[in-house]
Design a protein around this ligand. Structure first.
Ligand SMILES: CC/C=C\C=C\CC(=O)SCCNC(=O)CCNC(=O)[C@H](O)C(C)(C)COP(=O)(O)OP(=O)(O)OC[C@H]1O[C@@H](n2cnc3c(N)ncnc32)[C@H](O)[C@@H]1OP(=O)(O)O
Length: 275
């Protein structure tokens, strides 16, 4: 497995198909550096391609989940964009931002579900990341902030596009315009997270349980559910129904379907081939 500077992939239990991906720069509160943006899509692609991995849990190492963009990297971005011709600098900046967006969207490109387990701060770019995740849980001491507006930035790595369908348009607008801190408890009430836990250990245990449950299901059906829900989010009802009919016309009649039916009749747990 590739070694990363800003990330660590851990398979806690060799018999489990749940893999952990740690944002691993705790001395900087897991601030998102240029190295992170090149490593993150590679890490997710490797998990996508790893037949032993069915589910990924995303954690932050140390006291916080993520402190957002590495503030020092913003200077070098500005310097590069402002050196030389304005138009060409702007064109470079547009491509650069799209590259950063692409790194976050790697979460959605991963066919396996990615679950965010959030403790401490989840700020700015951290919110971009967790809103691209498939499920979110947090501790009661977690806090969230769509902080960009306070740095004179229009958030540009996905929060403004993904947050409204998670918490509703009005809540997303209020959070993004104020940049205010949202507590773990309020994040649960708003629907940003599916559960809030008293301690990190409690969250780790509960998230591990949820992940193992998903990992025990047909990997084909799980990846199909992720793919179809994500595409349907961006389509109207008719297009979404058409898309899932086409999807299932090629993937419904799998060995996994026979296996689940046989297992139910034989009162045993089903086993599935890897994806
Ligand atoms: C093209 C643009 C694309 C994307 C743009 C995204 C925008 C954003 O992400 S906006 C959000 C930016 N982030 C912040 O404003 C958060 C800043 N950090 C904090 O508020 C706090 O550090 C904390 C996360 C609440 C944690 O507090 P604490 O535990 O007290 O740690 P500190 O002592 O503050 O920090 C320790 C150490 O980490 C460094 N650090 C923290 N955050 C960042 C960061 N975002 N970038 C770079 N470095 C960071 C901090 O400077 C300290 O370093 P020392 O060298 O030890 O002093």
């Amino acid at each position: 497995m590739e070694k990363f500077k800003t990330l660590e992939i851990v398979q806690k239990n060799p018999n489990s198909s749940v893999f952990h991906l740690h944002l691993n720069r705790p001395s900087h509160r897991n601030a998102l550096s240029p190295d992170f943006f090149s490593e993150f899509p590679r890490a997710l692609a490797s998990l996508d391609q790893n037949p032993s991995a069915n589910v990924v849990i995303l954690y932050g190492a140390g006291d916080h989940f993520c402190s957002g963009i590495d503030l020092k990297s913003l200077n070098s971005i500005a310097e590069r964009a402002l050196s030389g011709d304005r138009g060409r600098g702007g064109e470079w900046l547009r491509r650069h931002i799209k590259g950063l967006q692409d790194a976050v969207t790697a979460i959605e490109r991963c066919r396996k579900p990615v679950i965010a387990a959030i403790h401490g701060a989840c700020i700015g770019g951290g919110v971009d990341i967790v809103t691209a995740c498939d499920i979110r849980f947090c501790t009661k001491d977690a806090f969230f902030s769509v902080k960009e507006v306070d740095l004179a930035i229009t958030a540009d790595l996905g929060t403004l596009q993904r947050l409204p369908s998670i918490v509703g348009f009005g809540n997303a607008m209020e959070l993004a315009l104020t940049g205010r801190r949202l507590s773990g408890q309020e994040a649960k009430q708003m629907g940003l997270v599916s559960g809030v836990f008293g301690s990190k250990q409690e969250m780790d245990d509960a998230v591990g349980f949820v992940a193992e449950g998903i990992a025990s299901k047909s990997p084909l059906a799980v990846s199909g559910t992720k793919a179809v829900l994500l595409r349907s989010r961006d389509m109207n009802l008719e297009q979404g129904l058409d898309y899932v009919a086409t999807w299932n016309s090629s993937m419904l009649l799998s060995d996994d379907l026979n296996e689940t039916v046989s297992a139910q009749i034989q009162k045993r747990k089903p086993t599935f081939a890897k994806l």
